[in-house]
Design a protein around this ligand. Sequence first.
Ligand code: GDP
Length: 135
Amino acid sequence: MATNRTFTMIKPDATKDNHIGGILGMIEQGGFRIVELQKVELTPERAGEFYAVHKERPFYGDLVKYMSSGPIVAAILEKDNAVADFRTLIGATNPANAEDGTIRKKYAKSIEANAVHGSDSDENAEIEGKFFFGK
Ligand code: GDP
């Protein structure tokens, strides 16, 4: 399995606020190559499927509603050590805890509307990339 790819989404809060360009710029500045890119709106069903792993969490319903509330930008990114380096670039889930210089520190509004998704493992990067791009 590839270890040099990760998957990201720019979430609805960030696309609505015109931060697609700013976030893609930080991604490229961070040394990632954009392999695949697509702007799309998720139905609640598809958002629920993507986040099925969180089905038992109390915020699952809100998360599905939020992720289907507007367009997202899905992308596959390439870089050595992609998964871990991208998690560092995006910062903590809760922007209140995100380091300076991270995407979430700059663009996230809340623990839910936190601007970007980043895969948490090589295995999930592959599954999530296939979910959108079939490869
Ligand atoms: P991530 O890997 O940093 O994205 O974080 P998680 O996998 O734990 O959670 C997935 C997504 O669910 C997060 O990116 C947030 O959008 C949302 N989320 C996580 N924790 C909370 C929470 O406590 N409340 C709400 N409303 N949303 C949350």
